[in-house]
Design a protein around this ligand. Structure first.
Ligand code: HEC
Length: 112
């Protein structure tokens, strides 16, 4: 029966889509303590409420403290890969290792 095959295929596809955001087993695990030595490069922009950086143009800096762990990792990888672009965040994200990203995401998501 063609119809039920289509449903089965759709169900499998949906399962794969839902499974995707989960981190693969070999992804580094975030370490909040290790991140404390790394946040000095983020604090200048991200910990000032309502801060607006003015170079190379005026832009608002999003609040990342308390943000979801996965969201932060996805955002940092997107800047690093060029999928998402921003003059300063691109440079910063490209300088981070996979472990740095995991640590920083764990740290910022642990803040209130
Ligand atoms: C020079 C200022 C500056 C520094 C330093 C900086 N950021 Fe950012 N960051 C920004 C700005 C501005 C944005 C918003 C860019 C955009 O609109 O895409 C941003 C965006 C982000 C985002 C995405 C937030 C969201 O809501 O989507 C994350 C995550 C992030 N930064 C993490 C970090 C981390 C971690 C560090 C330190 C390793 C860091 N940033 C250092 C200015 C900075």
């Amino acid at each position: 029966m063609k119809f039920s095959n289509t449903i089965a295929t759709a169900a499998v596809a949906a399962t794969c889509l839902m499974a995707q955001p989960a981190l693969a087993a070999d992804e580094p695990k975030g370490n909040v303590e290790a991140a404390k030595a790394k946040v000095s490069m983020c604090i200048g922009c991200h910990s000032i409420p309502g801060y607006k950086a003015s170079f190379p143009e005026v832009y608002s800096v999003p609040k990342i403290a308390g943000q979801n762990d996965k969201y932060l990792q996805v955002a940092l990888r997107a800047y690093a890969s060029g999928e998402r672009t921003h003059p300063t965040m691109d440079v910063i994200a490209k300088s981070l290792s996979a472990q740095d990203i995991a640590d920083l995401a764990a740290y910022y998501s642990s803040l209130k």
